[in-house]
Design a protein around this ligand. Structure first.
Ligand SMILES: Cc1cc2nc3c(=O)[nH]c(=O)nc-3n(C[C@H](O)[C@H](O)[C@H](O)COP(=O)(O)OP(=O)(O)OC[C@H]3O[C@@H](n4cnc5c(N)ncnc54)[C@H](O)[C@@H]3O)c2cc1C
Length: 492
């Protein structure tokens, strides 16, 4: 058994693969007396709460897939030193092969949920990996940070932990300076063996269904007090930590045919309140280090790539969905309809192309970690989120009445209507029932409350469009263009 601050529930190592956990073991790890409040009530066991359970089952299938011969090599790698497998979520990329391994993992997890879980287990602790990547910067203010991060990565890897991202501060009056915001997470006590945190953080997607959170800071704020400059890891059951969940968007009772995506459950978001939460020094990765508080866009690079890569695989699914709609309706011969499908294809092809280019042009950082090309990732992500609403609208447009003529399975199965529906509603080379199921999927993808939450997530998680534009302006190298123009015009 492993006993460690961030391992909220120590379990015996898996008998087949000591660094991996099965779905059953993952679920067991969540029964750790964490404090979660949903609709005014304490959730005693998140694995038994209907609106969290389905999402947990979905994640649990991911954990099981780590052992499955078909997906094992996509989700895990073998440590050459020990010969043991470990989750790619915790793989620090040192070469392109490692990035390809991450890509394979993201492809499998995106296929599992169609990408509606933005913080699947393979997201890992991207921030911790970034710390290794940018250690040459961070070590200027804190030479010992790397040792602590490497220990965390080792513990996360050994225990196959699911980490949420705890970044953004709670929303209050944005006219206030950072030091005036009461809710801003800060160290309120420094001890010889660690720090005590109070305040709150927003978002925290999948924290209720995960094991740990990696705390970091959003982009620099003016007058950021030193006590707010904190990067750390915290287990979901830390004393003094309470997660206030938003209202659920799925019930946990959705029929698989009626709701092919919503029946997989959802990733829960919420406000995380820290009431004197103690973090031991070994899990405080950075404190009062102004370097880390000013390089959010640098430290986020690996996470941004993973997010955009997931979206690029989602986009391929959107292109497939658009084609299946027009095939089912027999509208694929209409030029205006084909043009709409082409728009979805264009969205997918550009995004995927950007991600391929980002990996092909990956370079090692000064600290030796291989990171995809940041410009391509940023431009690709901006493309993805700017066009996302239009792509969703295009799927709706292509569907016509299909989205509201969906008949629930229980109605369909009534003897007095089944034969009639089977006869009246078939599509082009597709049965009426198959067509019904297709539009159920499109509904979950583009119309339902959960689809809206996913759209909000894609739009804003890990920095919204304005920040991406600013980052492109800051980082894009236009020197060759400027030099060419100056030379042509004879300007110095
Ligand atoms: C579904 C969902 C899940 C999320 N999950 C997580 C998570 O797991 N972890 C996490 O840390 N965060 C998470 N977030 C939060 C997300 O990171 C933030 O919402 C995002 O970074 C924007 O910050 P904010 O909400 O505090 O915006 P605010 O600062 O409150 O601003 C509100 C809006 O004003 C505009 N605005 C504000 N400042 C500027 C500016 N300088 N330039 C241009 N426009 C501006 C933008 O339109 C912005 O959306 C999640 C959000 C959603 C919707």
């Amino acid at each position: 058994m492993t006993s460690d601050f961030v391992v909220s529930k120590p379990l015996a190592a898996n008998s087949v693969e000591p660094n991996l956990r099965s779905g059953r073991e993952y679920k067991e790890s969540l029964r750790d007396a964490r404090s979660v409040i949903l609709k005014g009530k304490e959730v005693e066991d998140v694995t038994a709460e209907p609106t969290l359970m389905r999402g947990i089952e979905t994640i649990s299938a991911y954990y099981d897939a780590q052992f499955h011969p078909e997906t094992r090599d996509d989700l895990t790698s073998v440590d050459p030193k020990t010969g043991q497998r470990f989750s790619n979520a915790w793989l620090v990329p040192y070469n392109k092969e490692d990035l390809y391994a991450h890509e394979r993992t993201i492809r499998v997890s995106t296929a599992q949920t169609f990408g509606v879980f933005g913080r699947p287990p393979d997201y890992g602790s991207t921030k911790a990996i970034s710390f290794v990547a940018w250690n040459h910067l961070i070590s200027q203010g804190d030479p010992d940070a790397l040792a602590r991060i490497e220990n965390f990565l080792e513990v996360g890897r050994r225990n196959n932990l699911l980490s949420a991202d705890i970044v953004v501060d709670v929303q209050a009056n944005r006219k206030l300076a950072a030091n005036e915001m009461k809710g801003r997470l800060r160290v309120i006590e420094e001890r010889s063996d660690g720090v005590v945190l109070s305040g709150a953080k927003a978002g925290n997607s999948a924290f209720a269904q995960g094991n740990i959170g990696t705390i970091s800071m959003p982009p620099p704020a003016q007058n950021l007090p030193e006590e707010c400059m904190i990067w750390a890891a915290v287990p979901a059951n830390a004393k003094g930590l309470t997660l206030l969940l938003r209202e659920p968007l799925t019930s946990g009772r959705e029929d698989e045919d009626d709701h092919p995506l919503d029946s997989l459950g959802e990733e829960a978001d919420g406000i995380l309140v820290f009431d004197r939460v103690f973090i031991p020094s070994e899990y405080v990765f950075s404190y009062k280090n102004p370097v880390t508080s000013n390089i959010y866009n640098t430290l986020g690079q690996f996470a941004f790539w993973k997010i955009a890569t997931r979206l690029s695989y989602r986009a391929e699914i959107f292109a497939g969905a658009a084609q299946m709609i027009v095939n089912a309706l027999g509208t694929d011969h209409i030029p205006a309809v084909r043009a709409m499908v082409a728009e979805v294809i264009q969205y997918a092809a550009i995004l995927r192309g950007m991600m391929v280019a980002a990996v092909e042009q990956a370079k090692p950082t000064e600290s030796g970690v291989m990171l995809p090309n940041h410009t391509f990732v940023t431009a690709g992500r901006l493309h993805a989120i700017e066009h996302y609403p239009r792509i969703m609208q295009t799927l709706r447009e292509l569907s016509g009445q299909g989205l509201i003529s969906r008949v629930p399975r229980e109605t369909w199965e009534r003897p007095d209507v089944k034969a009639l529906l089977d006869e009246y509603l078939p599509g082009h080379a597709v049965s009426a029932w198959e067509k019904n199921k297709l539009f159920n999927l499109i509904w979950d993808m583009s119309c339902g409350p959960h689809a809206m939450r996913v759209a909000l997530f894609e739009n804003i998680n890990a920095t919204p469009a304005p920040a991406l534009r600013e980052e492109l302006y800051r980082s894009y190298d236009r020197s060759s263009g400027i030099t060419a123009i100056k030379k042509r015009l004879g300007i110095d």
